[in-house]
Ligand binder design. Structure first.
Ligand SMILES: Cc1ncc(COP(=O)(O)O)c(C=O)c1O
Length: 509
């Protein structure tokens, strides 16, 4: 017997959706609409007209939070009126077909089937949905890396810490950049082999469906190894050879969870049907221009049996012990359509965001501009600071690049940037009011990181200037960061000299 919720939410595809007119219509303001029949403005400052960014703000950090175009903000606001014109009609009838359109648009972009794609609030949520749904056994291993994003490695840590048994164990690959793609692959394979040797008595027979030796019979499955792999690490911002890592993992019988938080809208040629990761997730609110609070979770049909419950568990949960399980399986898509009342507008903005990108010339055009800007900008910054870029060949660069700062280099982790030295540096910079600079040393990363926030005469100019330079977008133009770069160079040089004087440390540049 199907309940009221199932009736309303399951059958709406076949219903002609009544309009939900709102008395309140807002007319689009400047930059909030565009004429598809006309060419877009050239990239760089003319495009800033279509973004809400403060004129005085040079956003060199598109990567952390994204920044959405005004037509997307406008569409989201208009939708808010529509939702509240008749919350019942929207939530019970109009929402699901709109959500399906968003899922379809995202699926097309990443080369997946719409039935393998759902939307969730963010990458952390998607990652937790996957890792908390695996049924762990004592002796299972999760492989992360020193570059794994904080909340992600903490999720792994939590799984290994929590009181319920059984708990998996966590292993960590040390990526000490700069590295070539070949070196990353070597380290990845070596870690898997090392783990198997270290636990030679463990039978890793729970392998993913596409690996040799896969057995459907749960009784035949003993332990598993799950690798959590970044497609693009955030610190430093480096594009990893994740597709090749998926192949290695498949050969080795290791499950892959791809944290591609930065990929959609930044990385080109994501074709999940070709690459076949076991799980993949990406934020739509970073590079794709969807409203904040929207990420895509991809689970191929062959692995949907693993995702027994959405987070949180929803109305559409199907117990494996119920008769419905035979027909619906885990009901992956419908479970994720409604996981409790929330604001659905971020999910619905996806097609608007993609349409705007198409008007700009499409994914490749945007990428080509931003990639060149990231490469040129990084070289210019290195030139101004008298240092070098992390990756001259550009294989690690999509649209985020990395530059060395003119500060002493540690030869072994912690040698120079001990907490005491970091405190010294901060103190030194605190004395340099009105400039505030924080130095952050990320474990095992290349030695020097700096976070710069410049505040002058009430005008804020923010510049993230650390080893990871967090990414450029097509509303910027070349040379834009010169002023803060020069400012930073002076400060960095002074700090290096002062640090050297105070501590008697060597100076690398
Ligand atoms: C690599 C990586 N994974 C996961 C996340 C988490 O994203 P969110 O905060 O949207 O959950 C981030 C955020 O920047 C990230 O860089």
């Amino acid at each position: 017997m199907r309940g009221w919720f199932t009736r309303y939410f399951a059958d709406t595809d076949s219903i002609a959706v009544p309009p939900t007119p709102s008395r309140k219509r807002i007319a689009p303001g400047p930059g909030e609409s565009y004429d598809v029949s006309r060419r877009p403005p050239p990239f760089g400052h003319p495009l800033k007209h279509y973004f809400a960014l403060d004129d005085k703000y040079v956003n060199l950090n598109h990567g952390s939070y994204g920044s959405i175009p005004l037509p997307v903000i406008y569409a989201a606001n208009q939708l808010a009126y529509e939702i509240d014109a008749n919350p019942d009609v929207f939530n019970r009838v109009a929402y699901k077909p709109r959500l399906a359109k968003s899922r379809e648009a995202v699926a097309k972009l990443i080369g997946a089937d719409t039935g393998e794609v759902v939307l969730v609030p963010n990458a952390t949520h998607a990652l937790n949905t996957i890792l908390r749904n695996f049924e762990w056994r004592e002796g299972d291993l999760i492989i992360g890396a020193t570059t794994t994003y904080g909340a992600v490695s903490n999720t792994i840590r939590y799984l290994t810490d929590r009181s319920e048994q059984p708990r998996p164990e966590m292993l960590t690959i040390v990526y000490n950049f700069p590295l070539t793609h070949a070196e990353v692959l070597e380290l990845f394979r070596a870690k898997i082999r090392e783990a198997k040797q270290q636990y030679a008595d463990t039978q890793f027979t729970d392998v993913p469906p596409l690996s040799e030796g896969y057995d459907r019979d749960p009784a035949e499955k003993k332990n598993k190894i799950v690798a959590v792999i970044d497609s693009i690490t955030s610190n430093p911002g480096a594009l990893l050879p994740w597709k090749e890592m998926c192949s290695i993992a498949r050969e080795e019988g290791v499950w892959t969870v791809i944290d591609a938080a930065h990929s959609i809208g930044q990385e080109q040629h994501i074709n999940l049907s070709d690459t076949k990761p076991d799980f993949w997730l990406s934020n739509c609110h970073k590079w794709l221009f969807a409203k904040r609070g929207c990420a895509v979770l991809y689970v191929p049909k062959r692995n949907q049996y693993i995702i027994k419950s959405s987070l949180p568990t929803s109305h559409q949960y199907v117990s494996p012990n119920s008769p419905k399980y035979k027909e619906l399986g885990t009901n992956f898509v419908m479970q994720h359509e409604w996981t409790g009342t929330t604001d659905e507008t971020p999910y619905i903005t996806v097609p608007t965001a993609i349409a705007f990108r198409e008007w700009l010339g499409g994914e490749q055009t945007i990428y080509d501009y931003c990639h060149k800007l990231a490469m040129d900008g990084a070289r210019r910054l290195a030139e101004i600071m008298g240092t070098k870029v992390l990756n001259e060949s550009g294989v690690l660069v999509a649209t985020m690049s990395n530059v060395y700062l003119p500060l002493p280099v540690e030869k072994t982790p912690g040698e120079i940037y001990s907490p005491e030295v970091l405190a010294n540096i901060s103190m030194f910079h605190d004395e340099q009011a009105p400039l505030r600079i924080q130095h952050i040393r990320w474990p095992f990363l290349p030695q020097r990181c700096m976070d710069v926030s410049v505040q002058r005469a009430g005008v804020q100019r923010h510049l993230r200037l650390r080893v990871c330079w967090e990414g450029v977008q097509c509303y910027l133009r070349g040379g834009e960061g010169d002023y803060p770069f020069r400012y930073a160079r002076e400060t960095a040089r002074t700090s290096a000299i002062e640090l050297t004087r105070r501590r008697g440390l060597g100076h690398c540049h």
